[in-house]
Structures are given as C-alpha cells and as structure tokens.
Write a protein of this length. Structure first.
Length: 128
C-alpha cells in the first residue's frame, strides 16, 4: 500500500485530536486568557458567593461581596472545564482576595461549580 505525502499530511494534521480554535490538545489545559463577555456569563451560572462565604466561615449577602473574573483557562473534556481566576472584595477588607473556580459546562449547556481554591494575586492558574 503506497502512502502519498498528502495522505501522511492528512493523518498528521486532520486526525490529531486538537481544539481548532486555540490548537489546544483535547484534555489539556489551554493558555491563560483575559476575561471576555463569555466568561462573565459562565461565572453568572454558578453560586460562587456561597462557596467563598463558607470558606471564610461567614454568611455573606450579595452586598458584602464583589466578585470579578480576572483571567481564565479552559480544558476540553466531555464538556468544558473553566478555570476562572476571581478577585473577591469581601466585606470591609481592604485587600481583595483571589480564588480560582473550576466550573464545568456540559455540552448541553448545564453548569456546575466543581471546586474553588484560594490563590495569590500573582499566582498563575493551575489545574486542580
């Protein structure tokens, strides 16, 4: 069976499992990106305030916590994992606190907050 150069090229490029948009390996975590409108929408679908409040051992109202996405990474799995770095201004604290929320979105559009971890302001987003 003779393989032409085009057959080999097709197999190497077209059949390699990659996410076309950002050339991310399926299952691998992509590069960190700045926040866009889409990430604000993702964050709005899960209850991050309750998770941060419980990690601080306090009950916070919506007025006592301001959460703003800072950056994010994605991982294509059987759906999409979003690793979103968040800046949280909690109550009267002078310094904001930073967290990374792992949010899972199924292919049919359901969202769930998988986990949330405290991080430093300058920490990069890592898989967890």
């Amino acid at each position: 069976m003779g393989w032409s150069i085009w057959s080999i090229f097709f197999v190497m490029v077209c059949l390699t499992p990659r996410c076309v948009e950002n050339r991310q390996l399926v299952g691998g975590v992509g590069d960190e990106k700045p926040v866009d409108v889409h990430i604000h929408d993702v964050v709005s679908h899960v209850d991050i305030r309750s998770s941060i409040g419980s990690s601080q051992n306090v009950l916070l109202t919506d007025n006592e916590i301001n959460i703003e996405p800072v950056s994010y990474k994605t991982q294509l799995v059987n759906g999409v994992n979003y690793f979103v770095k968040l800046r949280a201004q909690i109550g009267n604290n002078i310094r904001p606190q930073y967290y990374v929320a792992k949010i899972y979105k199924t292919f049919d559009g359901n969202f769930s907050l998988v986990d949330i971890q405290a991080v430093g302001r300058k920490d990069v987003i890592n898989y967890f």
